[in-house]
Design a protein around this ligand. Structure first.
Ligand code: ADP
Ligand code: MG
Length: 693
């Protein structure tokens, strides 16, 4: 259960004073639902209100705080005019302008003949000093409250800095002095202040440097967040490791035969990775390993060989793909090889129905099927294995930590291998997959030709089409990718359809169209025709991103490539990288082209190394977003920033490992404090699932 000291922070923001229904909605959208979310909403700049000139000396354009006496009110004659209030000090006169205000409230706030301290941006108009809608109007005795430095927060339409400030101040008041969860020695070395002090400092910056992620206060908070993340993962990992697993060590008979059937030798990287996997399978613990390898690095054969090790031991294995197309593709690679060596492989997707499905399920339960290939349809309730020993998840970043674990629940302590085709920078591997062991295929099979990548403006479209025409006449096959921007799927679809129509006029009925709004079966049918060569040009929205294998396709044209992320472009280009023929990728961009987009396209032109691209992507975008959307499970940290806090991540990783080794149930005084930390950063699952009591 969440510690009581945190209750005030985990209430709805509606519980804050002065918020009201309208603000409640806006604040929830801006910061989050709970009071605690406000704590992580940090200022990015400051306004200095310590400039207190006389009216006559005030420099225009600056934020000034002035002590004035109100002399006269001049209500507007028409609605468009401002309500003017005149004021003076012993140096001269000025005017305050207000639009759309109530006479009553303004007379109350600025009574004629009285002194007020006002603060805001000053301008001069015909020599007369003006201030439009002062940020602050206070009585002289309250002046101290506003003079000085004011934190400036990221805002949203309808929420003023002043309002947000008030709410955040209340949130800060609900923070208590929690027991210290940092290692004393480390805290001293880093010169960190206590958590509460750090929060207060981050929200009350005195200089611009105080608002930067490199400031001591930010670093302390970033470390706390990273430690919570790493500790949660370390707890999962520790638990999994301790769970009894089965020791699989086959005699190699199937693997040997498959290797003989293959028209190629395994690369050094494939062999090394297989060694790591076999070692896990042999150990009497649950296996949870991530296998990373770029598109075309040969993960499928690695998956097959590791499944065969299990089959050699008489148990079953399953491989789960994110889409039907991919499942089918795995089936088409795996089944023929299995058939040759007398191993039974079957395909189960949502489309296998009725009698066929019943028969398949029965065979599975009897153990007549050795390797089952499918989508998440594999894991619905009525699918029963006789003895599932090993699950391969071809992930594409769709599953969270919890889901990954529940998958293996289908079998007695089944081992799990997660494969991902997107190269992930080391920092993100630690933050997102820190609960798993990790293998990397960092070598592509020899003899692959590099892709000739060109970057061209959209104004060259006619030339590109002419070049494409020649290539298609020579017998090539090509993808034409149209961007899909989430906000307006309809418009994008319309653009793709329009492009399809124009290309059809030029290339005739050899052009096909696939997009995300089509049914799986329709998509499959079009893909199938492209595969067979009945279609030679495939116009597509990004649906083809997910690993479709058409080795004959060697050309890819990406329209508005500047709208794609680097990871996406890399995945797309991977589609034409599989053949041994030369291939061409043309990235077409429109204007305006931002610096970042230009840099991205340039990287694409320079390198094909997925790991290098991933690191660059991280640099350009700074984290979380890197692999696409937030839903991908790589959501941004609230405070930590992977472009500046890498060092802290590595330390947090070591720290977390050490904690779990010495205090796996978090029972020591530091352990108790760490529980608070975990809850504070909403790692409730980790505490509930992996800690007793
Ligand atoms: P990935 O799933 O990693 O994107 P695949 O497993 O689909 O890659 O392999 C891509 C292609 O490379 C396939 O046609 C496969 O047969 C081939 N391949 C795999 N390993 C090797 C190798 N060691 N040498 C040559 N070709 C290979
Ligand atoms: Mg693959």
């Amino acid at each position: 259960m969440r510690p009581q000291v945190l209750f005030p922070l985990f209430t709805d923001v509606a519980s804050l004073k002065g918020i009201g229904a309208r603000y409640e909605k806006l604040i929830k959208k801006l910061c989050g639902e709970k009071v605690v979310n406000l704590l992580w909403h940090l200022p990015y700049s400051i306004i200095d209100r310590s400039y207190c000139p006389k009216i006559k000396q005030a420099q225009e354009g600056r934020i000034a705080t002035l002590k004035v006496r109100i002399t006269e009110h001049q209500p507007p004659k028409t609605r468009k005019q401002p309500y003017k209030v005149y004021a003076e000090d012993d140096s001269g006169e000025m005017v305050l302008n207000f639009f759309k205000v109530y006479k009553d409230s303004i007379e109350k706030n600025l009574p004629t003949g009285q002194e007020r301290v006002i603060s805001g941006k000053v301008e001069r108009f015909n020599g007369l000093l003006q201030m439009t809608h002062p940020d602050y109007i206070v009585k002289p005795e309250e002046a101290e409250k506003i003079i000085g430095k004011e934190a400036v927060y990221p805002l949203t339409a309808g929420v003023s800095n002043k309002m947000l400030h008030k709410l955040i101040t209340q949130a800060l008041q609900r923070v208590q002095d929690y027991p210290e969860w940092l290692d004393t020695h480390f805290k001293q070395k880093e010169n960190f202040m206590p958590f509460r002090k750090a929060l207060e400092a981050a929200h009350n910056p005195q200089t611009i440097a105080d608002t930067e992620p490199t400031s001591l206060a930010h670093r302390r908070l970033a470390y706390d967040e990273l430690l919570a993340n790493q500790l949660a993962l370390a707890l999962v990992r520790n638990k999994v490791k301790k769970q009894a697993g089965r020791a699989f060590s086959g005699d190699g008979r199937y693997r040997k035969q498959v290797l003989e059937e293959l028209p190629f030798e395994l690369t050094g990287a494939q062999q090394r990775v297989l060694g790591e996997i076999f070692a896990d399978q042999k150990a009497p613990f649950r296996m949870l390993r991530l296998l990373q390898g770029d598109v075309g690095s040969g993960k499928t054969i690695v998956a097959l060989l590791s499944m065969l090790n299990i089959v050699e031991c008489g148990a079953q294995a399953a491989i789960m793909a994110p889409t039907e197309i991919l499942a089918k593709q795995h089936y088409e690679t795996i089944e023929p090889l299995c058939a040759k060596i007398g191993v039974k492989a079957a395909l189960l997707t949502g489309r296998v129905k009725g009698r066929a499905r019943q028969q398949l399920l029965a065979a599975l339960e009897k153990g007549e099927i050795d390797i089952l290939i499918g989508t998440h349809a594999l894991f619905v309730d009525d699918v029963k294995f006789k003895d599932l020993g090993f699950v391969v998840v071809d992930e594409q970043h769709r599953f969270g930590v919890q889901q990954r674990l529940s998958l293996s629940g289908k079998g007695r302590d089944a081992d799990v291998l997660v494969m991902t085709a997107t190269p992930i920078p080391r920092t993100l591997v630690l933050t997102a997959y820190g609960d798993m062991e990790y293998s990397k295929i960092d070598e592509v099979p020899a003899g692959r030709k590099p892709v000739d990548t060109r970057v061209l403006p959209l104004s060259k479209l006619t030339d590109v089409v002419a070049g494409l025409k020649r290539k298609l006449e020579e017998g090539c096959r090509a993808y034409w990718v149209c961007p899909l921007v989430e906000e307006s799927e309809k418009i994008d679809l319309a653009a793709a359809e329009e492009r399809y129509e124009t290309l059809k006029k030029i290339f005739g009925d050899k052009v096909g169209l696939v997009h995300g709004k089509m049914k799986e079966s329709e998509k499959d049918a079009v893909m199938e025709r492209f595969k067979r060569g009945e279609l030679t040009l495939l116009v597509a929205t990004t649906v083809i991103e997910v690993g479709v294998n058409v080795p004959e396709a060697t050309i890819m044209i990406v329209e508005h490539a500047e709208r794609f992320g680097l990871a996406q472009l890399h995945q797309l280009r991977g589609r034409i990288k599989r053949g041994f023929q030369a291939s061409n990728c043309i990235l077409m961009y429109g204007f305006p082209l931002s610096e970042t987009s230009r840099a991205r396209l340039d990287i694409m032109r320079r390198t094909e190394d997925g790991f290098e691209i991933a690191e660059k992507d991280l640099e350009l975008r700074g984290g979380g977003e890197i692999l696409g959307t937030r839903q991908s499970g790589f959501s941004l940290f609230k405070v930590a920033d992977m472009t500046v806090h890498k060092d802290l991540l590595y330390t947090a990783n070591k720290d977390a490992k050490m904690i779990v080794e010495t205090d796996s149930q978090l029972k020591t005084p530091r352990g108790e404090a760490l529980r608070i930390l975990l809850y504070l950063f909403e790692q409730d699952d980790a505490v509930r699932t992996y800690l007793a009591g």
